[in-house]
Design a protein around this ligand. Structure first.
Ligand code: GDP
Length: 425
């Protein structure tokens, strides 16, 4: 039996989707445990190029059972749109189920997210406006709507009325927006029921049985450790925990069963939206890295926004690996750096004259100046290399330094966006 978590050690966009798609070949179950359709996993495989938002990355294998756990934010319309867009591209019909305890991301969550970003104007957080923060706020405020509520129309109708009443007061007085109709929202929700019903199961029971039968389970994180609301760069964080530790809760798997945690680490830094990024590059240097990065430039898979880019931040990444509890590392996008004469790694932060290699609380990050160590570039296309020993010496030096700094074995090196561009060590 194996339970493996594939999770981000940076700010997200580390190439987790590619790793999950690769590892899903040998898995029975792939599960998403947090977040919604607010981030994207880019996957390039024999069927083409895809940006998955809510669907687990095991979706391309007919033998895999894909699960959306109770911890996710279910935008039902977005879920079916995404599923149908795959089916329209001749993907074999996937096996996918949703936890009966998952909660629904409601149309008003999207609306409040948009209105609040508008209200904040230049103080905005850079939300993807997918409704995620209002969704989780309602969930923990205990005014969420569960998938299971659709089984009880009268209860749902009354619950919607009492939830929407105070929302309408805020809409009117804070946002100057027309009120919502609970009845319309109720009808819209119930219209999904026939399509949704066959997909809803008790995922807790499924995992319990799967573990007893020694099935292999892959847990797929969204975003990265530095976006965690407790351990990340709060308030520039997301609203659910992307940590492997939370997978136990958000999926429903005993913590001691998760025996492998693959921390996906990007060979340089990228980040979308607001918040501190100590190694950020600007101007021509940044444009060059942004355009060389990813599979076709560093632009958000969900929003299309240009990603902020920077040198590899070893301080932040080691911290990210530690809070993930990474047992091994997959170092991705190493090929991207092949155009550089000189590559830098940030090994410390100079905070008002004191150099530290500990990642501080967010409030101190704005004052942190990066302390760099320089490495010679390899100036070579490494995307067809499959054997670690065949990598150019300066590339191995770069990878080796990162491994020593992190103190965690690098078991995978990704050298291109395609499934096969992978070196196993
Ligand atoms: P995720 O959310 O962690 O799955 O990452 P994203 O899909 O948002 O961003 C990763 C980007 O890098 C995507 O464009 C991938 O196609 C691409 N990618 C993944 N691994 C590699 C790699 O090793 N090399 C290159 N050049 N691109 C990669």
């Amino acid at each position: 039996m194996s339970v493996t978590a594939v999770v981000g050690a940076n700010w997200g966009d580390e190439g987790k989707g590619k790793m999950t798609d690769y590892l899903a070949q040998k898995s029975d179950i792939v599960v998403r445990f947090q977040g919604g359709n607010n981030a994207g996993h880019t996957i390039i495989n024999k069927f083409g190029k895809f940006a998955l938002h809510l669907l687990p990355s095991g979706i391309f294998y007919p033998h895999v059972t894909n699960i959306l756990g109770p911890g996710i934010a279910l935008n039902i319309q977005a879920f079916f749109d995404e599923l149908n867009s795959l089916l329209n591209r001749d993907i074999p019909k996937p096996k996918i189920y949703i936890s009966n305890r998952a909660q629904i991301l409601m149309p008003y969550h999207l609306l409040f997210d948009q209105l609040e970003e508008q209200r904040l104007a230049d103080k905005k957080f850079g939300s993807t406006k997918s409704g995620i923060a209002p969704f989780y706020a309602d969930k923990y405020h205990k005014i969420g709507i569960s998938v299971s509520h659709l089984e009880h129309p009268e209860y749902l109708r009354e619950r919607l009325e009492s939830i929407i009443q105070p929302k309408n007061v805020i809409l009117k007085h804070l946002y100057n927006h027309p009120p919502l109709s609970p009845q319309e929202i109720y009808q819209q929700l119930m219209s999904f029921k026939p399509q949704l019903d066959p997909l809803i199961i008790d995922t807790q029971k499924l995992f319990y049985q799967a573990l007893k039968q020694n099935k292999s389970i892959l847990i797929e994180g969204q975003l990265g450790a530095l976006r965690d609301p407790d351990h990340g760069i709060y308030p520039y964080s997301t609203s659910s925990s992307p940590l492997a530790g939370y997978a136990s809760v958000g999926a429903g798997i005993p913590p001691y069963q998760i025996n492998q945690v693959i921390g996906v680490v990007k060979a340089y830094s990228t980040c979308v939206g607001a918040g501190p990024l100590v190694t950020e590059l600007f101007g021509e240097q940044a444009d060059q890295l942004r355009n060389k990065g990813g599979d076709s430039g560093e632009y958000g898979a969900t929003t299309g926004r240009p990603r902020r880019v920077g040198w590899f931040d070893a301080v932040a990444t080691r911290y990210g690996c530690r809070v993930q509890g990474a047992t091994e590392v997959a170092l991705t996008l190493v090929d991207v750096l092949g155009y550089l004469e000189e590559i830098k790694i940030c090994t410390g932060y100079d905070i008002q004259g004191t150099v530290t290699d500990d990642f501080p609380a967010t409030i101190h990050l704005d004052k942190a100046a990066p302390v760099y160590q320089s490495f010679q570039g390899w100036k070579e296309d490494i995307s067809s290399i499959r054997d670690y020993k065949k990598l150019p010496t300066s590339c191995r030096d770069y990878v080796g330094f990162i491994q020593d700094y992190l103190g965690i074995p690098i078991k995978w090196i990704s050298v291109g966006p395609h499934r096969e561009n992978l070196i196993k060590i």
